[in-house]
Design a protein around this ligand. Sequence first.
Ligand code: CA
Length: 242
Amino acid sequence: MNDTRILLIEDEPDLRAGLQHNLELEGYSIDTAADGKQGLRKALQENPALILLDLMLPVLPGIEVLRQLRAAGHGTPVIILSAKGQDRDKVQGLELGADDYLTKPFTLSELTARIRAVLRRTQVRRPTIQVEEAAPVLQFQDLVIDFKRFTVTRDGQEIQLSRYEAEILRMLVDRRGEVVSRQDLLRKVWGYVHLPTTRTVDNHIARLRKKVERDVDAPVHVVTVHGLGYCFESKPLAEGKP
Ligand code: CA
């Protein structure tokens, strides 16, 4: 958990609500604005740690919000959320001092990765080191997982994981010993924009098992909990930096 305050300026109600909900689940504290003028006012008065800024906004366009924010001397990190075909605005936004941009549609995991990266670059003083940075390599019985390099080593053989496989594994390992539902995996790994079916989760779990399990018919790491979801059951042998 963290109490990083993010201001989300987005006029599309479903997207705004979805982003707010999911980012709050990630532990962020989210304030929202539905138009550019309200967004600028909140940005100036409430001084959030980061702003997610849509470009096409009623009352005051996103680019104007950014221009006036910078003109007022606020260096608040800004990530632009742009629609396809807004490349010129995106470039202008970067020139005006936006820190990054994402083109819609994006997944929740893409967004949270950008948020973390921008916060890492812009927060000089960080009170604590995040768990994922402190322990990128974990060992469970026959399995060594390197989350930085997206690899698992099993019986001395290194196997590359896809991004989805790595994110599924990450979530299961982070909550090891707990049951993680398919819905949780869908929401966190695939995000709210591309909502595939739970069957997609099962297919990825099957592929992941081929990589992490000696016997896919008798899994010992990624275990199915019938009717509920999946659970990472192994206990770590050692954790540390590579
Ligand atoms: Ca918009």
